[in-house]
Design a protein around this ligand. Sequence first.
Ligand code: NAD
Length: 491
Amino acid sequence: MLDNAQTSPTIRGLYINGSWTPAARTFDDLNPSDNALYARIPDATVEDARRAIAAAKAAFPAWSTQPFHHRAHALLKIAEVWDRRKADFGAAAMAEGGGWFGKGVFEAGYVGEVFRSAAALCYQNIGEVLPSEHGKLMMATRYPLGVVSVISPWNMPGILTSRGFAAALAVGNTVVLKPSEDTPYAGGLYFAEILEEAGIPPGVFNVVTCSRESVGAVGDELVENPDVKAVSFTGSTAVGRHIAAKCGAHLKKACVELGGKDSMIVLEDADLDAAARAANFGSFMHQGQVCMSTEKLLIQDTIWDDFMSRFLSRAKKLKTGHTKDKDNVIGPLVNNRQALRVKALIDDAVAKGARVELGGKAWDNFVEPTVLTNVNSSMDIWHDESFGPVVVAVPFHTEDEAVALNNDTEYGLTGAVWSRDEARALAIAQRLETGIAHVNCQNINDEPHVPFGGTKASGVGRYGGRWSLDAFTELRWITLDRGGRHFPPVF
Ligand code: NAD
Protein backbone atom coordinates (compact mmCIF):
# COMPACT_ATOMS: atom_id res chain seq x y z
CA MET A 1 0.00 0.00 0.00
CA LEU A 2 1.40 3.47 -0.88
CA ASP A 3 1.67 6.01 1.96
CA ASN A 4 1.27 8.85 -0.53
CA ALA A 5 2.28 9.63 -4.08
CA GLN A 6 6.01 9.22 -4.72
CA THR A 7 6.89 7.80 -1.27
CA SER A 8 7.60 4.20 -0.40
CA PRO A 9 4.99 1.46 -0.17
CA THR A 10 4.52 -0.71 2.91
CA ILE A 11 5.80 -4.12 1.92
CA ARG A 12 3.93 -6.88 3.75
CA GLY A 13 5.83 -9.92 2.44
CA LEU A 14 5.48 -12.55 -0.25
CA TYR A 15 1.87 -13.27 -1.17
CA ILE A 16 1.31 -17.02 -0.87
CA ASN A 17 -2.02 -18.81 -0.40
CA GLY A 18 -3.81 -15.55 0.38
CA SER A 19 -1.38 -14.61 3.20
CA TRP A 20 1.50 -12.19 3.44
CA THR A 21 4.63 -14.04 4.49
CA PRO A 22 7.91 -12.30 5.26
CA ALA A 23 10.98 -13.83 3.61
CA ALA A 24 14.19 -14.57 5.54
CA ARG A 25 16.09 -11.95 3.49
CA THR A 26 15.27 -8.74 1.63
CA PHE A 27 16.88 -6.83 -1.23
CA ASP A 28 16.93 -3.10 -1.95
CA ASP A 29 14.60 -1.69 -4.60
CA LEU A 30 15.88 1.72 -5.78
CA ASN A 31 14.29 4.76 -7.41
CA PRO A 32 16.37 4.99 -10.60
CA SER A 33 16.00 8.78 -10.81
CA ASP A 34 18.25 9.27 -7.75
CA ASN A 35 19.11 5.76 -6.50
CA ALA A 36 17.21 6.48 -3.24
CA LEU A 37 15.82 3.42 -1.47
CA TYR A 38 12.24 2.88 -2.65
CA ALA A 39 11.45 -0.32 -0.71
CA ARG A 40 12.97 -3.41 0.90
CA ILE A 41 11.61 -6.41 -0.97
CA PRO A 42 11.35 -10.06 0.15
CA ASP A 43 14.08 -12.15 -1.49
CA ALA A 44 12.32 -15.49 -1.94
CA THR A 45 14.07 -18.85 -1.81
CA VAL A 46 13.37 -21.95 -3.86
CA GLU A 47 11.41 -23.24 -0.85
CA ASP A 48 9.15 -20.13 -0.99
CA ALA A 49 8.56 -20.76 -4.70
CA ARG A 50 7.65 -24.38 -3.93
CA ARG A 51 5.11 -23.26 -1.31
CA ALA A 52 3.55 -20.86 -3.80
CA ILE A 53 3.31 -23.58 -6.46
CA ALA A 54 1.77 -25.98 -3.92
CA ALA A 55 -0.80 -23.32 -2.95
CA ALA A 56 -1.68 -22.72 -6.60
CA LYS A 57 -2.00 -26.44 -7.20
CA ALA A 58 -4.35 -26.86 -4.23
CA ALA A 59 -6.52 -23.95 -5.42
CA PHE A 60 -6.80 -25.23 -9.01
CA PRO A 61 -9.64 -27.80 -8.69
CA ALA A 62 -12.13 -25.34 -7.15
CA TRP A 63 -11.10 -22.36 -9.33
CA SER A 64 -11.21 -24.32 -12.60
CA THR A 65 -14.54 -26.07 -12.03
CA GLN A 66 -16.67 -23.23 -10.71
CA PRO A 67 -19.23 -21.72 -13.11
CA PHE A 68 -17.27 -19.64 -15.59
CA HIS A 69 -19.25 -16.51 -14.85
CA HIS A 70 -17.81 -16.53 -11.31
CA ARG A 71 -14.34 -16.15 -12.80
CA ALA A 72 -15.61 -13.44 -15.16
CA HIS A 73 -17.11 -11.52 -12.23
CA ALA A 74 -13.87 -11.93 -10.27
CA LEU A 75 -11.89 -10.43 -13.17
CA LEU A 76 -14.35 -7.54 -13.44
CA LYS A 77 -13.94 -6.95 -9.71
CA ILE A 78 -10.13 -6.85 -10.15
CA ALA A 79 -10.63 -4.22 -12.89
CA GLU A 80 -12.86 -2.17 -10.56
CA VAL A 81 -10.33 -2.23 -7.69
CA TRP A 82 -7.50 -1.51 -10.12
CA ASP A 83 -9.30 1.53 -11.52
CA ARG A 84 -10.03 2.87 -8.02
CA ARG A 85 -6.32 2.71 -7.17
CA LYS A 86 -4.95 3.98 -10.51
CA ALA A 87 -3.16 6.93 -8.91
CA ASP A 88 -1.22 4.59 -6.59
CA PHE A 89 -0.02 2.58 -9.56
CA GLY A 90 1.00 5.72 -11.46
CA ALA A 91 3.06 6.94 -8.48
CA ALA A 92 4.77 3.54 -8.14
CA ALA A 93 5.54 3.35 -11.87
CA MET A 94 7.20 6.79 -11.68
CA ALA A 95 9.21 6.23 -8.51
CA GLU A 96 10.11 2.57 -8.81
CA GLY A 97 10.20 2.25 -12.61
CA GLY A 98 11.60 5.68 -13.52
CA GLY A 99 8.73 6.39 -15.90
CA TRP A 100 7.41 9.79 -16.96
CA PHE A 101 4.13 10.86 -15.33
CA GLY A 102 2.22 10.51 -18.64
CA LYS A 103 3.44 6.94 -19.13
CA GLY A 104 2.15 6.02 -15.65
CA VAL A 105 -1.26 7.56 -16.42
CA PHE A 106 -1.47 5.67 -19.72
CA GLU A 107 -0.42 2.35 -18.21
CA ALA A 108 -2.75 2.66 -15.21
CA GLY A 109 -5.64 3.37 -17.60
CA TYR A 110 -4.86 0.37 -19.80
CA VAL A 111 -4.64 -2.39 -17.20
CA GLY A 112 -8.34 -2.33 -16.22
CA GLU A 113 -9.16 -3.16 -19.85
CA VAL A 114 -6.78 -6.13 -19.79
CA PHE A 115 -8.87 -7.63 -16.98
CA ARG A 116 -12.19 -6.72 -18.66
CA SER A 117 -11.15 -8.33 -21.93
CA ALA A 118 -10.02 -11.42 -20.00
CA ALA A 119 -13.47 -11.53 -18.35
CA ALA A 120 -15.02 -11.50 -21.83
CA LEU A 121 -12.90 -14.52 -22.73
CA CYS A 122 -14.94 -16.56 -20.22
CA TYR A 123 -17.94 -16.28 -22.59
CA GLN A 124 -16.08 -17.31 -25.75
CA ASN A 125 -16.49 -20.48 -27.74
CA ILE A 126 -14.01 -23.03 -26.32
CA GLY A 127 -14.10 -25.61 -29.06
CA GLU A 128 -15.55 -27.06 -32.23
CA VAL A 129 -17.77 -29.98 -33.20
CA LEU A 130 -16.10 -32.20 -35.79
CA PRO A 131 -17.60 -34.55 -38.38
CA SER A 132 -16.88 -38.25 -37.77
CA GLU A 133 -16.40 -41.10 -40.24
CA HIS A 134 -17.95 -43.38 -37.63
CA GLY A 135 -21.01 -41.43 -36.63
CA LYS A 136 -19.50 -40.28 -33.32
CA LEU A 137 -20.21 -37.00 -31.62
CA MET A 138 -16.72 -35.49 -31.70
CA MET A 139 -15.39 -32.28 -30.28
CA ALA A 140 -12.14 -30.39 -30.04
CA THR A 141 -12.39 -28.59 -26.73
CA ARG A 142 -10.18 -26.63 -24.37
CA TYR A 143 -9.26 -27.32 -20.75
CA PRO A 144 -7.23 -25.26 -18.29
CA LEU A 145 -3.70 -26.49 -17.67
CA GLY A 146 -3.21 -26.12 -13.92
CA VAL A 147 -0.49 -23.96 -12.37
CA VAL A 148 0.99 -21.32 -14.69
CA SER A 149 4.23 -19.52 -13.78
CA VAL A 150 4.28 -15.91 -14.91
CA ILE A 151 7.63 -14.10 -15.17
CA SER A 152 7.36 -10.42 -16.09
CA PRO A 153 9.69 -7.52 -17.01
CA TRP A 154 10.09 -4.04 -15.50
CA ASN A 155 9.51 -1.73 -18.45
CA MET A 156 5.69 -1.83 -18.44
CA PRO A 157 5.13 -3.58 -15.11
CA GLY A 158 1.35 -2.99 -15.12
CA ILE A 159 0.49 -3.95 -18.69
CA LEU A 160 2.98 -6.76 -19.20
CA THR A 161 2.30 -8.41 -15.84
CA SER A 162 -1.49 -8.23 -16.21
CA ARG A 163 -1.29 -9.43 -19.81
CA GLY A 164 0.83 -12.36 -18.62
CA PHE A 165 -1.76 -13.75 -16.21
CA ALA A 166 -5.29 -12.30 -16.74
CA ALA A 167 -6.30 -14.72 -19.52
CA ALA A 168 -4.67 -17.61 -17.66
CA LEU A 169 -6.95 -16.97 -14.67
CA ALA A 170 -10.01 -16.43 -16.88
CA VAL A 171 -9.81 -19.91 -18.37
CA GLY A 172 -9.37 -21.57 -14.98
CA ASN A 173 -5.64 -21.79 -14.33
CA THR A 174 -4.00 -20.68 -11.10
CA VAL A 175 -0.90 -18.49 -11.07
CA VAL A 176 2.46 -17.94 -9.44
CA LEU A 177 3.83 -14.55 -10.49
CA LYS A 178 7.49 -13.59 -10.27
CA PRO A 179 7.90 -9.90 -11.17
CA SER A 180 11.15 -8.25 -12.21
CA GLU A 181 13.62 -7.38 -9.45
CA ASP A 182 13.56 -3.81 -10.83
CA THR A 183 9.78 -3.39 -10.34
CA PRO A 184 8.87 -5.99 -7.69
CA TYR A 185 6.17 -3.72 -6.26
CA ALA A 186 4.48 -2.17 -9.34
CA GLY A 187 4.74 -5.42 -11.29
CA GLY A 188 4.16 -7.84 -8.42
CA LEU A 189 3.20 -7.09 -4.82
CA TYR A 190 0.91 -4.26 -5.93
CA PHE A 191 -1.08 -6.82 -7.95
CA ALA A 192 -1.29 -9.02 -4.84
CA GLU A 193 -2.85 -6.09 -2.95
CA ILE A 194 -5.38 -5.57 -5.77
CA LEU A 195 -6.35 -9.24 -6.13
CA GLU A 196 -6.59 -9.65 -2.33
CA GLU A 197 -8.92 -6.64 -2.15
CA ALA A 198 -10.95 -8.05 -5.06
CA GLY A 199 -11.53 -11.24 -3.03
CA ILE A 200 -9.71 -13.71 -5.28
CA PRO A 201 -9.64 -17.02 -3.33
CA PRO A 202 -6.41 -17.96 -1.51
CA GLY A 203 -3.89 -19.79 -3.68
CA VAL A 204 -5.41 -18.77 -7.02
CA PHE A 205 -2.86 -15.96 -7.39
CA ASN A 206 0.51 -15.92 -5.62
CA VAL A 207 3.44 -13.51 -5.86
CA VAL A 208 7.05 -14.47 -5.21
CA THR A 209 9.63 -11.66 -5.44
CA CYS A 210 13.36 -12.26 -5.56
CA SER A 211 16.67 -10.54 -6.24
CA ARG A 212 18.81 -10.86 -9.39
CA GLU A 213 21.13 -13.12 -7.34
CA SER A 214 18.30 -15.53 -6.45
CA VAL A 215 16.46 -15.51 -9.79
CA GLY A 216 18.45 -18.32 -11.38
CA ALA A 217 17.42 -20.86 -8.76
CA VAL A 218 13.91 -19.48 -8.14
CA GLY A 219 13.33 -19.15 -11.91
CA ASP A 220 14.39 -22.75 -12.51
CA GLU A 221 11.95 -23.93 -9.85
CA LEU A 222 9.13 -21.94 -11.47
CA VAL A 223 9.82 -23.70 -14.76
CA GLU A 224 10.93 -27.19 -13.74
CA ASN A 225 8.65 -27.99 -10.80
CA PRO A 226 6.46 -30.86 -12.06
CA ASP A 227 3.32 -29.12 -10.78
CA VAL A 228 3.90 -26.15 -13.11
CA LYS A 229 2.19 -26.84 -16.42
CA ALA A 230 3.07 -23.74 -18.46
CA VAL A 231 5.21 -20.61 -18.38
CA SER A 232 4.18 -17.14 -19.45
CA PHE A 233 7.34 -15.07 -19.92
CA THR A 234 7.99 -11.54 -21.13
CA GLY A 235 11.55 -10.25 -21.12
CA SER A 236 14.86 -10.42 -22.92
CA THR A 237 15.64 -12.87 -25.70
CA ALA A 238 18.60 -14.31 -23.73
CA VAL A 239 16.49 -15.25 -20.70
CA GLY A 240 13.51 -16.22 -22.88
CA ARG A 241 15.64 -18.69 -24.83
CA HIS A 242 16.86 -20.21 -21.56
CA ILE A 243 13.29 -20.59 -20.28
CA ALA A 244 11.90 -21.90 -23.58
CA ALA A 245 14.73 -24.47 -23.74
CA LYS A 246 13.91 -25.69 -20.23
CA CYS A 247 10.20 -25.83 -21.08
CA GLY A 248 11.10 -27.84 -24.18
CA ALA A 249 13.14 -30.30 -22.14
CA HIS A 250 10.21 -30.75 -19.74
CA LEU A 251 7.61 -30.71 -22.57
CA LYS A 252 5.74 -27.77 -21.08
CA LYS A 253 3.95 -24.97 -22.86
CA ALA A 254 5.78 -21.66 -23.05
CA CYS A 255 4.53 -18.31 -24.32
CA VAL A 256 7.65 -16.11 -24.61
CA GLU A 257 7.48 -12.47 -25.70
CA LEU A 258 11.02 -11.19 -26.16
CA GLY A 259 13.15 -8.37 -27.52
CA GLY A 260 12.89 -6.32 -30.70
CA LYS A 261 14.91 -4.20 -33.13
CA ASP A 262 12.05 -2.47 -34.84
CA SER A 263 12.13 -0.17 -37.85
CA MET A 264 9.91 2.60 -39.11
CA ILE A 265 10.05 3.10 -42.90
CA VAL A 266 9.20 6.57 -44.24
CA LEU A 267 8.49 6.69 -47.97
CA GLU A 268 8.83 9.89 -50.02
CA ASP A 269 5.05 10.35 -50.31
CA ALA A 270 4.46 10.22 -46.52
CA ASP A 271 2.91 12.99 -44.45
CA LEU A 272 6.28 14.09 -43.08
CA ASP A 273 5.02 16.15 -40.14
CA ALA A 274 2.90 13.26 -38.88
CA ALA A 275 5.72 10.78 -39.48
CA ALA A 276 8.25 12.94 -37.61
CA ARG A 277 5.93 13.31 -34.65
CA ALA A 278 5.23 9.57 -34.56
CA ALA A 279 8.96 8.78 -34.87
CA ASN A 280 9.69 11.01 -31.89
CA PHE A 281 7.15 9.11 -29.77
CA GLY A 282 8.16 5.68 -31.06
CA SER A 283 11.86 6.27 -30.48
CA PHE A 284 11.84 8.02 -27.11
CA MET A 285 8.65 7.09 -25.22
CA HIS A 286 9.78 5.68 -21.84
CA GLN A 287 13.42 6.30 -22.78
CA GLY A 288 13.12 3.74 -25.59
CA GLN A 289 12.59 0.98 -23.02
CA VAL A 290 9.68 -0.63 -24.85
CA CYS A 291 10.05 -3.92 -26.73
CA MET A 292 8.34 -2.23 -29.71
CA SER A 293 10.40 0.99 -29.60
CA THR A 294 11.42 2.41 -32.96
CA GLU A 295 15.13 1.55 -33.05
CA LYS A 296 15.79 2.20 -36.77
CA LEU A 297 14.39 5.03 -38.86
CA LEU A 298 14.61 4.08 -42.55
CA ILE A 299 14.10 7.22 -44.64
CA GLN A 300 13.77 7.41 -48.43
CA ASP A 301 16.81 9.40 -49.64
CA THR A 302 14.73 11.97 -51.58
CA ILE A 303 13.11 13.27 -48.38
CA TRP A 304 16.05 12.71 -46.01
CA ASP A 305 16.84 16.40 -45.27
CA ASP A 306 13.21 17.42 -44.97
CA PHE A 307 12.28 14.54 -42.65
CA MET A 308 15.40 14.78 -40.49
CA SER A 309 15.01 18.50 -39.84
CA ARG A 310 11.37 18.01 -38.77
CA PHE A 311 12.25 14.99 -36.60
CA LEU A 312 15.30 16.56 -34.91
CA SER A 313 13.50 19.82 -34.17
CA ARG A 314 10.86 17.83 -32.27
CA ALA A 315 13.27 15.45 -30.52
CA LYS A 316 15.47 18.24 -29.19
CA LYS A 317 12.55 19.62 -27.15
CA LEU A 318 12.35 16.49 -24.95
CA LYS A 319 13.66 17.21 -21.45
CA THR A 320 15.66 14.62 -19.50
CA GLY A 321 15.72 14.33 -15.68
CA HIS A 322 14.13 13.13 -12.42
CA THR A 323 10.58 11.89 -12.92
CA LYS A 324 9.24 13.87 -9.95
CA ASP A 325 9.25 16.81 -12.42
CA LYS A 326 6.41 16.10 -14.88
CA ASP A 327 8.20 18.14 -17.56
CA ASN A 328 10.93 15.49 -17.73
CA VAL A 329 9.46 13.27 -20.42
CA ILE A 330 12.76 11.37 -20.53
CA GLY A 331 13.43 9.78 -17.15
CA PRO A 332 16.31 7.54 -16.11
CA LEU A 333 17.12 4.14 -17.52
CA VAL A 334 15.84 1.53 -15.07
CA ASN A 335 19.26 0.88 -13.51
CA ASN A 336 22.89 1.74 -13.95
CA ARG A 337 23.67 -1.52 -15.76
CA GLN A 338 21.20 -0.54 -18.52
CA ALA A 339 22.50 3.05 -18.68
CA LEU A 340 26.11 1.85 -19.08
CA ARG A 341 25.06 -0.68 -21.73
CA VAL A 342 23.26 1.98 -23.79
CA LYS A 343 26.18 4.42 -23.48
CA ALA A 344 28.56 1.64 -24.61
CA LEU A 345 26.42 1.09 -27.74
CA ILE A 346 26.62 4.82 -28.56
CA ASP A 347 30.40 4.87 -27.95
CA ASP A 348 30.97 1.78 -30.10
CA ALA A 349 28.99 3.34 -32.98
CA VAL A 350 30.80 6.69 -32.72
CA ALA A 351 34.21 4.96 -32.58
CA LYS A 352 33.29 3.18 -35.83
CA GLY A 353 32.23 6.39 -37.60
CA ALA A 354 28.63 7.14 -36.60
CA ARG A 355 27.61 10.83 -36.42
CA VAL A 356 25.73 12.13 -33.37
CA GLU A 357 22.93 14.34 -34.74
CA LEU A 358 21.37 14.87 -31.31
CA GLY A 359 22.18 14.00 -27.69
CA GLY A 360 24.88 11.48 -26.93
CA LYS A 361 25.44 12.56 -23.33
CA ALA A 362 24.92 10.27 -20.33
CA TRP A 363 25.18 10.81 -16.56
CA ASP A 364 24.09 8.74 -13.51
CA ASN A 365 21.25 6.56 -14.87
CA PHE A 366 20.27 9.08 -17.58
CA VAL A 367 20.94 9.03 -21.32
CA GLU A 368 19.80 11.98 -23.47
CA PRO A 369 17.58 11.28 -26.48
CA THR A 370 20.20 10.40 -29.07
CA VAL A 371 20.00 10.25 -32.87
CA LEU A 372 22.83 8.59 -34.83
CA THR A 373 23.46 8.67 -38.59
CA ASN A 374 26.21 7.27 -40.81
CA VAL A 375 25.56 3.92 -39.18
CA ASN A 376 26.56 0.57 -40.68
CA SER A 377 26.28 -3.10 -39.86
CA SER A 378 29.77 -3.31 -38.31
CA MET A 379 28.37 -1.40 -35.33
CA ASP A 380 26.81 -3.23 -32.37
CA ILE A 381 23.88 -0.82 -32.42
CA TRP A 382 22.82 -2.08 -35.84
CA HIS A 383 22.16 -5.56 -34.42
CA ASP A 384 21.64 -5.22 -30.66
CA GLU A 385 18.40 -4.02 -29.10
CA SER A 386 19.40 -0.71 -27.46
CA PHE A 387 16.38 -0.59 -25.12
CA GLY A 388 17.35 3.04 -24.54
CA PRO A 389 16.63 6.52 -25.95
CA VAL A 390 18.78 5.97 -29.03
CA VAL A 391 17.60 5.71 -32.62
CA VAL A 392 19.63 5.29 -35.79
CA ALA A 393 18.50 6.97 -39.03
CA VAL A 394 19.46 5.37 -42.33
CA PRO A 395 18.63 6.44 -45.91
CA PHE A 396 17.36 4.01 -48.56
CA HIS A 397 16.73 4.42 -52.26
CA THR A 398 14.29 1.66 -53.29
CA GLU A 399 11.45 -0.16 -51.53
CA ASP A 400 13.41 -3.41 -51.80
CA GLU A 401 16.28 -1.80 -49.91
CA ALA A 402 13.91 -0.61 -47.18
CA VAL A 403 12.46 -4.09 -46.74
CA ALA A 404 15.95 -5.64 -46.65
CA LEU A 405 17.15 -3.14 -44.04
CA ASN A 406 14.04 -3.78 -41.94
CA ASN A 407 14.54 -7.55 -42.10
CA ASP A 408 18.30 -7.43 -41.41
CA THR A 409 17.90 -8.43 -37.75
CA GLU A 410 17.45 -11.59 -35.74
CA TYR A 411 14.33 -9.97 -34.22
CA GLY A 412 10.83 -9.71 -35.67
CA LEU A 413 8.44 -7.90 -33.36
CA THR A 414 6.88 -4.88 -35.12
CA GLY A 415 7.31 -2.84 -38.28
CA ALA A 416 5.89 0.51 -39.41
CA VAL A 417 5.48 2.01 -42.88
CA TRP A 418 4.54 5.56 -43.82
CA SER A 419 3.03 6.55 -47.17
CA ARG A 420 -0.01 8.47 -48.41
CA ASP A 421 -0.48 5.59 -50.85
CA GLU A 422 -2.13 3.05 -48.54
CA ALA A 423 -1.93 0.16 -51.03
CA ARG A 424 1.81 0.74 -51.51
CA ALA A 425 2.41 0.85 -47.76
CA LEU A 426 0.27 -2.24 -47.10
CA ALA A 427 2.20 -4.16 -49.77
CA ILE A 428 5.45 -3.30 -47.98
CA ALA A 429 3.99 -4.13 -44.54
CA GLN A 430 3.23 -7.62 -45.82
CA ARG A 431 6.90 -8.17 -46.70
CA LEU A 432 8.24 -7.34 -43.23
CA GLU A 433 9.39 -10.32 -41.15
CA THR A 434 7.52 -9.20 -38.04
CA GLY A 435 4.60 -10.48 -35.99
CA ILE A 436 2.98 -7.02 -36.14
CA ALA A 437 3.04 -4.23 -38.76
CA HIS A 438 1.41 -0.80 -38.79
CA VAL A 439 0.73 1.55 -41.69
CA ASN A 440 0.94 5.29 -40.98
CA CYS A 441 1.72 4.86 -37.30
CA GLN A 442 4.83 4.22 -35.23
CA ASN A 443 5.77 0.86 -33.74
CA ILE A 444 4.40 1.10 -30.17
CA ASN A 445 0.80 -0.12 -30.37
CA ASP A 446 -1.11 -2.66 -28.33
CA GLU A 447 -4.75 -3.39 -27.48
CA PRO A 448 -5.95 -6.09 -25.08
CA HIS A 449 -7.90 -8.10 -27.66
CA VAL A 450 -5.35 -8.34 -30.51
CA PRO A 451 -2.88 -11.18 -31.24
CA PHE A 452 0.27 -9.58 -29.84
CA GLY A 453 3.60 -11.29 -30.46
CA GLY A 454 6.72 -11.57 -32.52
CA THR A 455 8.46 -13.82 -35.02
CA LYS A 456 12.14 -14.87 -35.21
CA ALA A 457 14.02 -14.09 -31.95
CA SER A 458 11.15 -11.87 -30.72
CA GLY A 459 9.25 -14.82 -29.33
CA VAL A 460 6.83 -17.69 -29.70
CA GLY A 461 3.11 -17.47 -28.91
CA ARG A 462 0.55 -14.69 -28.79
CA TYR A 463 -1.06 -12.74 -25.97
CA GLY A 464 -4.47 -11.13 -26.32
CA GLY A 465 -8.08 -12.02 -27.01
CA ARG A 466 -8.90 -15.57 -28.05
CA TRP A 467 -5.29 -16.13 -29.15
CA SER A 468 -4.33 -16.39 -25.46
CA LEU A 469 -6.27 -19.66 -25.36
CA ASP A 470 -3.43 -21.41 -27.20
CA ALA A 471 -1.01 -20.38 -24.46
CA PHE A 472 -3.18 -21.17 -21.47
CA THR A 473 -5.33 -24.19 -22.38
CA GLU A 474 -4.91 -27.77 -23.53
CA LEU A 475 -6.86 -28.61 -26.69
CA ARG A 476 -8.38 -32.09 -26.38
CA TRP A 477 -10.26 -34.34 -28.83
CA ILE A 478 -13.22 -35.97 -27.10
CA THR A 479 -15.63 -38.41 -28.71
CA LEU A 480 -18.95 -40.06 -27.89
CA ASP A 481 -19.67 -43.29 -29.80
CA ARG A 482 -23.26 -44.21 -30.54
CA GLY A 483 -22.63 -47.69 -31.96
CA GLY A 484 -21.35 -46.59 -35.36
CA ARG A 485 -17.79 -47.88 -35.02
CA HIS A 486 -17.10 -51.15 -36.90
CA PHE A 487 -14.26 -53.55 -36.01
CA PRO A 488 -12.86 -56.48 -38.06
CA PRO A 489 -15.06 -59.55 -37.34
CA VAL A 490 -12.04 -61.49 -35.92
CA PHE A 491 -12.24 -59.21 -32.91
P1 NAD B 1 15.01 -9.86 -18.43
O1 NAD B 1 14.98 -11.01 -19.38
O2 NAD B 1 16.29 -9.48 -17.81
O3 NAD B 1 14.01 -10.15 -17.22
C1 NAD B 1 12.68 -10.54 -17.46
C2 NAD B 1 12.22 -11.38 -16.28
O4 NAD B 1 12.99 -12.58 -16.27
C3 NAD B 1 12.46 -10.71 -14.93
O5 NAD B 1 11.38 -11.01 -14.09
C4 NAD B 1 13.72 -11.39 -14.44
O6 NAD B 1 13.84 -11.43 -13.04
C5 NAD B 1 13.50 -12.79 -14.98
N1 NAD B 1 14.70 -13.60 -15.08
C6 NAD B 1 15.98 -13.21 -15.29
N2 NAD B 1 16.79 -14.29 -15.30
C7 NAD B 1 16.00 -15.38 -15.11
C8 NAD B 1 16.24 -16.79 -15.04
N3 NAD B 1 17.47 -17.30 -15.17
N4 NAD B 1 15.18 -17.61 -14.85
C9 NAD B 1 13.95 -17.12 -14.73
N5 NAD B 1 13.65 -15.80 -14.78
C10 NAD B 1 14.67 -14.95 -14.97
O7 NAD B 1 14.32 -8.67 -19.22
P2 NAD B 1 14.02 -7.21 -18.66
O8 NAD B 1 15.32 -6.48 -18.62
O9 NAD B 1 13.18 -7.25 -17.45
O10 NAD B 1 13.09 -6.62 -19.82
C11 NAD B 1 13.62 -6.06 -20.97
C12 NAD B 1 13.53 -7.02 -22.13
O11 NAD B 1 12.21 -7.50 -22.27
C13 NAD B 1 13.86 -6.36 -23.45
O12 NAD B 1 14.63 -7.23 -24.23
C14 NAD B 1 12.50 -6.16 -24.08
O13 NAD B 1 12.50 -6.05 -25.48
C15 NAD B 1 11.77 -7.36 -23.61
N6 NAD B 1 10.33 -7.14 -23.65
C16 NAD B 1 9.57 -7.81 -24.57
C17 NAD B 1 8.20 -7.57 -24.66
C18 NAD B 1 7.34 -8.27 -25.70
O14 NAD B 1 6.12 -8.28 -25.55
N7 NAD B 1 7.90 -8.86 -26.74
C19 NAD B 1 7.62 -6.64 -23.81
C20 NAD B 1 8.42 -5.98 -22.89
C21 NAD B 1 9.78 -6.24 -22.80
